[in-house]
Ligand binder design. Structure first.
Ligand code: AMP
Ligand code: MG
Length: 484
């Protein structure tokens, strides 16, 4: 096929040793139909699909036609799933290649739902339409919220059924990522106990993602430190907007620091630190308030993989790694407080800020108040009247907050700016996402496209937001499913 599209592949991962991957092409599908396509992202990638007919596009994003220069593989990895170590790998995804943009940025292009591979175990290698569209909506919303994330370029319906509890429409998502290397990739290689393979992966990662430390004295130590910083940043961003990933297994923790694998994720509405949406997370391992702790746990699993590279003396290596991992709490606390200060428009640092912040969170929790909308209320942004905001305990808190604002070394305009950058006016409300998915499943993509458009600009005031700001009125507990 002529390359009108400007694909510019340079596939480095597929050149790694055979044990890292399986060479495989996507299994073709019967009757693909493009449901949604991300023109903005295509532009950012310098891809031009304008000369391609819709039917051809459907075949391209179904993997029925592979572009010149692609070299498709399924990647091997392992991971701790809910604390248990398992061999995994791309059981329903194929990396078709690494595309290089004009600015020389490298992106993985992956089809998710593209058929069986040698890593499929008992799975069918396929994905259902709902979960793929859900990943599209939420990953793009996360990007607009300013949070590192994999992106979504397209979703096609395959025209084939996938059998779950009941027959569902099949679909394939085109996922774009800085890479798909996970903590679980390191765990897989480390478990093989071949130091040369570990070094190969390690050098590959330094070269691809962390070339700034390529000349440092001990790259393994520095990688652990940098990765820890990245993950602290990431989880704080999640906490800022009330995002609950839902399945923070080590195979779902990207080495590049991007949010990856939107399975049962969802946004918290009423503030409750113990919020869990995922139906399989019975023990609340991945609850909102546990996310920092799990991040640290996952980082420890990563550190274990690096031990042979940190020092020849294993005890020394373990001590060094432990010391680094134990910096987590302190770093997290400082950054979390600063993030919360931004949400409240506070500059300067006062010891008492912590109590002001915790008082607000406790009040929200006790009164079952919406997390996002409370900050909108504090910014005087019109949200549906919640009688809770008239209560005297909240008014008293507000008084203390205003007193504290006076101690800022800036004017109120700057303070407002801080708040506006930290507090989204709109998030993907669970009921809105569900409504959009239900309609899309009936071939009406309009509500989904409108929702995506609204979520595209979450910090800016627009006239038509009101409909998208309210938490669900349903009394039923919202539940999400993995959709595998
Ligand atoms: P996930 O829950 O998407 O993070 O996937 C966890 C593991 O299960 C990964 O190794 C996936 O490739 C694999 N997996 C999930 N769904 C399927 C499926 N339908 N067929 C084969 N493998 C799957
Ligand atoms: Mg996964």
């Amino acid at each position: 096929m002529k390359n009108f599209i400007n694909w510019n592949f340079d596939n480095s991962y597929s050149k790694l040793p055979d044990s890292f991957k399986e060479n495989i092409t996507p299994v073709s599908v019967r009757n693909p139909k493009l449901l949604i396509f991300n023109e903005n992202l295509a532009k950012e990638l310098n891809l031009d699909f304008s000369k391609i007919e819709r039917s051809q596009l459907s075949n391209i994003f179904a993997g029925n036609i592979l572009p010149d220069g692609s070299n498709s593989i399924a990647q091997a990895y392992a991971g701790h799933q809910f604390g248990h170590f398992t061999m995994l790998g791309d059981g329903r995804a194929v990396l078709i290649g690494e595309h290089i943009t004009r600015k020389n940025k490298r992106y993985d292009i992956q089809f998710k739902g593209s058929g069986k591979t040698s890593f499929s175990r008992n799975g069918d290698g396929r994905a259902a339409l709902g979960p793929m569209l859900r990943e599209y909506i939420i990953s793009e919303a996360m990007h607009s919220l300013g949070i590192p994330t994999t992106r979504s370029l397209a979703v096609v319906q395959t025209g084939e059924e996938v059998i779950r509890e009941r027959p569902l429409k099949g679909a394939i998502l085109t996922r774009v990522a800085l890479s798909h290397i996970r903590v679980g990739t390191f765990q897989y290689i480390a478990a093989r106990q071949k130091k040369d393979e570990l070094e190969t992966l390690f050098n590959y990662v330094i070269n691809r993602h962390y070339s700034n430390i390529s000349n440092s004295k001990n790259k393994a130590i520095d990688l652990l430190k940098i990765f820890l910083e990245k993950q602290v940043e990431l989880v704080i961003n999640w906490m800022r907007i009330g995002f609950i990933h839902g399945v923070m297994n080590t195979d779902n923790m990207s080495i590049s620091g991007e949010t990856i694998d939107y399975g049962p994720c969802a946004f918290m509405d009423l503030y409750d630190p113990k919020t869990v949406f995922s139906s399989i997370d019975q023990m609340g391992r991945y609850a909102y308030c546990n996310q920092p702790l799990i991040t640290k746990w996952n980082l420890s699993r990563f550190a274990e993989c690096l031990i042979p590279l940190i020092d020849k003396d294993q005890d020394k290596a373990i001590n060094t790694a432990t010391e680094i991992i134990n910096t987590f709490e302190n770093k997290y606390e400082i950054k979390w407080l600063n993030m919360m200060r931004n949400k409240l428009g506070l500059t300067n640092i006062y010891e008492e800020d912590k109590y002001l912040i915790l008082d607000l969170l406790t009040w929200m929790h006790q009164n079952k108040v919406d997390y996002t909308n409370t900050f909108c209320h504090l910014m005087d942004f019109k949200v549906e009247k919640d009688k809770n905001y008239e209560k005297s305990d909240f008014q008293n808190w507000k008084k203390k907050w205003r007193e504290r604002l006076k101690k800022n070394n800036n004017n109120s305009e700057n303070s407002m700016k801080l708040m506006r950058n930290a507090n989204p006016l709109v998030i993907p409300r669970n009921h809105k996402v569900e409504d959009a998915l239900n309609e899309a499943n009936k071939n009406n993509t309009k509500p989904m496209i409108k929702l995506i458009e609204i979520l595209n600009n979450p910090y800016n005031e627009k006239t038509d937001l009101a409909n998208y700001q309210e938490p669900s009125v349903s009394k039923e507990k919202y539940q999400t499913f993995c959709g595998t």
